[in-house]
Design a protein around this ligand. Structure first.
Ligand code: KPL
Length: 315
């Protein structure tokens, strides 16, 4: 089934997707937004939207080294297209999400389904409760980075990952299933899940174990496998295990070590998002990623020296 038209706000279960394909807007032209746009554009009309005009043509380099060049309709938050989208994807950084939604409110129909792609765990809860239409959260381990050299506007898909999508309370399963099918058909393996809250905490653990360390030492994900970084990753994971147990977050099927090292392996060639931010002099998502974990640790009286040091060291 491919993704189709508007979903009413009050049909959390049992809603049927109509049959006319309509466009999807992707707000936030960073690495995740570009990967999503370049893949989705194979299946449905896509508009890429930024604070500034996004590049009119993009080159995608696949993990296998192939190159695909494509013209993508673009817009800014001040020059939105006249026809509203069927689906609104928010791929900004966690700290930019609420400002982007404020800029869109009243300018897209209130019932438009919203998909949140942020790392961390914060805006997901806030926007799920405040956006009038259906809100799904997506969590992805696709590895990607932007390569904006003057001669080319590009996104490098550095490693295949998996995406899961769902509503925080398990609502809108048909919408989640329909979107998962569209993403998978477009080449981004995706599964609709009824426990996205748990999946977001799992991803939080992955991001906490990888991102601050690679940003601090300016290394690619795969270099974490080498000494002395391996020991640092393991120190973080051992704190994460205690926090997750105290929070009642189920252990992932491969265990916490298996989860983190699996992503490191699959994205070995990637420059993680936090490293990209540090290199570009942008604010990082350290508060969104380390904040909820350290807050949970404090609630349960758990000492987190490794996480505290990383948080203090990350801008
Ligand atoms: O999510 C990521 C990120 O870069 O933010 C990972 C999965 C760690 C890939 O680099």
């Amino acid at each position: 089934m491919s993704l189709t038209t508007n979903y009413p706000a009050h049909a959390p279960h049992g809603h049927q997707a109509p049959s006319e394909p309509l466009s999807q807007w992707i707000v936030g032209p960073g690495a995740v937004g570009r990967i999503l746009a370049m893949h989705l554009a194979r299946q449905v009309p896509v508009t890429l939207i930024g604070r500034r005009e996004p590049p009119a043509r993009l080159t995608l380099t696949t993990p296998e080294g192939e190159r695909e060049r494509r013209a993508l309709p673009g817009a800014t938050l001040l020059t939105l297209p006249p026809t509203p989208p069927a689906i609104l994807h928010l791929t900004t950084k966690a700290h930019g999400a609420e400002a982007a939604i404020a800029a869109l409110t009243g300018r897209v129909p209130a019932a438009t389904p919203l998909v949140l792609w942020q790392n961390g765990f914060g805006v997901q809860e806030t926007l799920t409760r405040s956006w009038p239409g259906p809100v799904l959260c997506a969590s992805t381990t696709e590895g990607a980075f932007v390569d904006d050299t003057p001669e080319q506007q590009a996104v490098v898909h550095a490693g295949h990952g998996r995406t899961v999508i769902g509503h925080l309370d398990g609502a809108y399963p048909e919408l989640a299933g329909s979107l998962a099918n569209t993403f998978s058909a477009a080449g981004l393996a995706c599964e609709a899940v009824d426990n996205i809250r748990v999946r977001l905490w799992h991803k939080l653990a992955v991001n906490a174990a990888i991102n601050p360390l690679v940003a601090r030492f300016r290394i690619r994900n795969g270099q974490l496998r080498d000494r002395p970084f391996r020991l640092m990753v393991e120190a973080v994971i051992s704190e994460l295990v205690t926090i997750m147990a105290a929070e009642g977050i189920p252990t992932p099927p491969d265990g916490w070590l298996g989860l983190v090292w699996g992503v490191v392996e699959a994205t070995a060639n990637n420059r993680a998002s936090m490293l990209q931010d540090v290199l570009a002099g942008r604010p990082t998502e350290s508060d969104a990623i380390l904040g909820p974990l350290c807050a949970a640790a404090r609630r349960h009286g758990i000492a987190t020296p490794a996480l505290d040091t990383l948080w203090a060291a990350t801008p």
